[in-house]
Write a protein of this length. Structure first.
Ligand code: M6R
Length: 551
């Protein structure tokens, strides 16, 4: 029944999704339906081709879309015998992959069934209404109370309330959680985009993350299950993550190795999980993730446990899978990050890397109490420095971004921590501006990549490491001599020849080790303004999703 063009009723499903199969188009949009069943789906069905063949063999050969989702809808329809739970169980046994489903059966129009297999799923409980979503920010406007579905659990949403059962129909009681943020944090609050709002939230996010972990001027992570004895015992640390979180791990590697003198290997989760890593019981595997749901990062936990290594999650979303499955958790307190491009989550991940490095170095007797307190005090002063950097670099970044918009490709270069940082700068820019960029260790340029430099090609050089400054400046001059347009990010006291830099972006001078926390700000702003100037969808760049719950 339709009224004023809108379907009437009390239950409904819809989905905005990242397309795993088929182009993003109306025909490939959810919900997908069989004759008696409609579904929305987050995740991926790995064996959809075999299932499609099975349907075709059984004279179900009318498909409207290119999606794997439609195959699930058709399969549910094929097996439906009037008992929704039995039908869901039957189909689930046939599906391979990671997914969460929302399902409506035509003969139960007032009920939404939902089931989780890997991909995250929550049910929000409002007053007389219930909501199904992948994540809390989606429902926070309506309620802060939510249930978290576990693997293989079914939710039955009807008449404003929800019941849970196992795949075998056995009823289960679930704990009601309350989100620790409100609608304002999930709204733009007067900013034109979430990304710029989140950049501006960084000082507070760092403060909220580090303050509870500092006692008498010393880092103290015992509340997260991390003891000095444990920190002394690890022979090798692996930091495994994806994208921006992996870049935070790169900074962590430099800092932990420098201070605590422990070997640290940083790995991309999708590579690590398939390369038969040589883990042992003396190793610590740190998984960094904003969402706590990234499929590849999550898979690393099981692998590490199997091989006897301890796992530590550094995660932003409370109660997320990675947090729950790891031996120890350090929650970052960035609040919800909505923009796809990660900014404040990266910043708090960095601050945790520092806390961990300081505590580990002290526990291992590599730094004195006095040194540890001094470094910790420098970290405590960071929120103010970050705030100052945002304020002071906004205009120059806005201006310099106008010089980047016409470029097809550019380079980020740096040495040491600046190299780790330039990886993140490069990812941020390409992700939202759609301009190709690469980060390169400045000293490596002359081994091939310098041949790419041509007249006017932008090169963003990060030169905040005083001990490497002369060498980095030489590399900047090398590219400048070959026609590059150079944009140099350095501290406000660095002595940079005026003719080496076309544009200078200065940030507050801090101890060399902490420079990433301020130097990342202009890179975020450059990416942001370039994207804005190009008229792109800043918060939702094409082809990307906030949470990557598929491999
Ligand atoms: O939720 P996670 O931190 O595990 O996500 C990892 C990456 O997908 C994420 O950092 C991605 O690279 C960002 N969109 C980059 O801005």
């Amino acid at each position: 029944m339709e009224k004023e063009g809108k379907p009437q009723g009390h239950a409904g499903i819809g989905h905005t999704r990242w397309a795993t199969h088929g182009e993003p188009s109306d025909i490939n949009s959810h919900p997908h339906s069989g004759k008696r069943v409609s579904i929305v789906h987050n995740g991926i069905i790995e064996n959809y081709k075999q299932l499609k063949q099975f349907l075709i063999d059984n004279e179900r050969d009318e498909f409207l879309s290119d999606t794997d989702t439609e195959i699930v809808a058709q399969l549910l329809d094929f097996y439906y015998d009037g008992n929704p739970i039995r039908c869901i169980r039957k189909v689930l046994h046939e599906l391979r992959g990671s997914f969460a489903l929302g399902i409506v059966f035509a003969d139960h129009p007032e009920t939404v069934y939902a089931v989780r297999c890997e991909s995250p799923l929550i049910v929000g409980q409002g007053k007389g209404e219930v909501f199904l979503a992948s994540d809390v920010p989606a429902i926070i406007k309506y309620t802060k109370d939510y249930y978290l579905l576990e693997y293989g659990e079914i939710a039955v949403l009807k008449n404003g309330s929800v019941n849970f059962c196992t795949l075998h129909g056995q009823m289960i009681e679930k704990e009601l959680h309350t989100a620790d943020f409100d609608e304002d944090s999930a709204e733009k609050g007067g900013y034109p985009h979430f990304m710029i709002k989140e950049i501006n939230e960084q000082p507070t996010a760092v403060k909220t993350t580090i303050t509870p972990r500092i006692e008498n001027g010393m880092p103290n992570l015992s509340e997260c299950g991390i003891t000095p004895e444990a920190l002394r015992s690890f022979k090798h640390i692996y930091i495994v993550a994806c994208g921006t979180a992996m870049h935070a791990g790169m900074v962590g590697k430099y800092v932990i190795e420098k201070l605590a003198r422990v070997h640290v290997t940083v790995d991309i989760a999708s590579e690590f999980r398939y390369r038969e890593p040589m883990l042992s019981e003396d190793d610590l595997v740190i998984i960094i993730s904003q969402s706590g749901e990234t499929a590849d990062s999550k898979a690393v936990i099981g692998l590490a446990k199997e091989l006897g290594a301890k796992t530590l999650a550094i995660v932003n979303v409370k109660g997320s899978s990675i947090a729950r499955e790891s031996d120890m958790v350090i929650y970052t307190h960035a609040g919800p990050e909505i923009a796809v491009a990660s900014t404040k989550a990266y910043m708090v991940q960095l601050s945790v890397m520092y806390l961990l490095a300081f505590e580990m170095a002290y526990a291992k007797g590599k730094i004195s109490e006095e040194e540890c307190k001094r470094m910790t005090a420098d970290l405590v002063a960071m929120p103010e420095k970050i705030e100052q950097t945002i304020k002071n670099s906004a205009d120059i970044c806005k201006y310099v971004s106008t010089k980047l918009i016409a470029s097809e490709s550019l380079l980020y270069i740096g040495r040491g921590l600046d190299y780790a940082l330039s990886m993140e700068g490069s990812l941020k820019l390409k992700e939202i501006s759609y301009i190709h960029s690469e980060s390169y260790a400045a000293g490596e340029l002359k081994h091939g990549t310098i041949s790419l430099i041509h007249e006017g090609m932008p090169v963003i050089a990060v030169a905040t490491q005083n001990s490497l400054l002369e060498k980095t400046v030489s590399n900047i001059k090398e590219v400048k001599a070959r026609g590059a347009m150079t944009i140099v990010i350095c501290d406000d006291q660095a002595d940079i020849d005026r003719d080496a830099a076309d544009y200078l972006i200065r940030v507050p001078k801090l101890s060399e080790m902490l420079m990433p926390m301020v130097a990342t700000v202009p890179m975020q702003l450059l990416a942001y303004y370039t994207s804005v100037n190009k008229g792109n969808d800043v918060d939702k760049p094409r082809n990307l999703a906030k949470s990557v719950t598929v491999e």
